[in-house]
Write a protein that binds this ligand. Structure first.
Ligand code: AMP
Length: 356
């Protein structure tokens, strides 16, 4: 633990949403302070962090002052502008590193990288114009999905192409943004691996979870996932390959499609991940502590699973069910302190633990 941060050091976190909030809680449990940088006022993480800077990512002076006040910088979301990262990196280490961010910010760079290291993705082609889309559809066929290469999340910036007549409206939905056409993967189910890599290069993966999405947003994660022993090994090994290739430090979410032909990588998220929230009540060391340990240069903790868990996201009005959920046995409630309920907004989650 030569480079390890000591108790009392400050972890800087870019982004003040629920992930930043849960990272701050984990940091404080290890004796660290946390400083959140977030453009929006009154962020969920601000209720639990030691300090909050409210400023846009274009304010390089505010970013420099933030960096100077912390010992290491991490982030809860991957779309931090490159100029902001340049300003920070001149002063403090950013973990996970810039390459992980660059690769995951752009769906084409991500798929190029994954294929280069020998993993399988959906077939894909870059699209900006109607002519590109025509060529891409000839190459990939349909059904297919058109997605903006950058800034997509929770199913936003995506349009399905079931028949050729869907092509023009799908392209119009991209608003001229550079996009990628992906072949539709005929998967049986979706799983994810939450993987961690320490500063010393050691890797630890949580047991894969099975994810169900509703309207493009994660609804539930069930642990264990339906996977054969060899699929489980494949999932963990491919996640480790990604982390090692990126010289990664921290926790990453790797989303996979399960098909009869094998596992296909959908996307990677260089941060703690919604599908890893179950670890809060199913493991001795959850993904948030694991991430803080990694970025602080501590040894990784024990992420082995001691119970089956079903994580349910509380989205929008779901949060009104909290009084009833609070009466359930073995249901751990995690709320994000968001004042306003909005449709599609993640308000909290519940981990239902099945005792072994
Ligand atoms: P994404 O934002 O890329 O993770 O996509 C959100 C969800 O859309 C995924 O979790 C899948 O359920 C579905 N999806 C995305 N890409 C594909 C694909 N190439 N084939 C089939 N389903 C997909």
């Amino acid at each position: 633990m030569n480079d390890a941060l000591l108790s009392g050091a400050t972890i800087g976190i870019l982004g003040g949403g629920q992930l930043g909030r849960m990272l701050s809680v984990a940091a404080s449990r290890l004796g660290f302070r946390s400083h959140i940088y977030e453009p929006a006022a009154n962020p969920p993480a601000g209720h639990v962090a030691d300090r909050v800077t409210t400023a846009p990512y274009e304010d390089l002076d505010a970013l420099r002052a933030f960096a100077a006040s912390v010992d290491v910088v991490t982030y809860e979301f991957e779309n931090v502008p490159a100029e902001a990262l340049d300003a920070i990196e001149a002063l403090r280490p950013i973990r996970p590193n810039r390459r992980a961010l660059a690769v995951s910010q752009d769906r084409i760079a991500e798929k190029d990288f994954l294929n280069q290291i020998g993993l399988t993705t959906a077939p894909y082609a870059a699209v900006t114009t109607a002519a590109d889309l025509e060529t891409a559809l000839l190459k990939i066929g349909h059904p297919a999905i058109l997605k903006t290469t950058r800034l997509g999340y929770d199913g936003k910036g995506q349009a399905r192409i079931r028949a050729l007549s869907d092509a023009a409206p799908a392209l119009a939905a991209m608003n001229g943004a550079p996009s990628v056409l992906e072949g539709f993967v005929d998967f049986t189910h979706e799983v994810s691996v939450i993987a961690a890599r320490g500063l010393d290069g050691s890797v630890a993966c949580y047991d894969p979870g099975e994810n169900v999405h509703k309207d493009g947003i994660l609804a539930t994660t069930t642990i264990p996932a339906r996977l054969s022993a060899s699929q489980r090994t494949d999932a963990v090994l491919l996640a480790a390959r990604i982390l090692n290739a990126l010289d990664y430090v921290g926790v990453m979410g790797v989303e996979l499609f399960v098909t009869p032909q094998g596992l296909i990588v959908n996307e990677i998220a260089p941060r703690v991940h919604n599908s890893g929230h179950w670890t809060q009540n199913g493991c001795a060391v959850d993904q948030f502590e694991q991430h803080i340990r990694a970025v602080a240069g501590w040894p990784l903790g024990d992420g082995s699973r001691f119970a089956d868990v079903v994580m349910e996201n509380l989205i929008g009005d779901d949060v009104l069910r909290v009084p009833a959920i609070a009466r359930e046995r073995d249901a751990a409630i995690h709320l994000y302190g968001k004042a306003k309920v909005k449709p599609g907004r993640k308000m909290g989650h519940v981990n239902r633990v099945k005792r072994p």
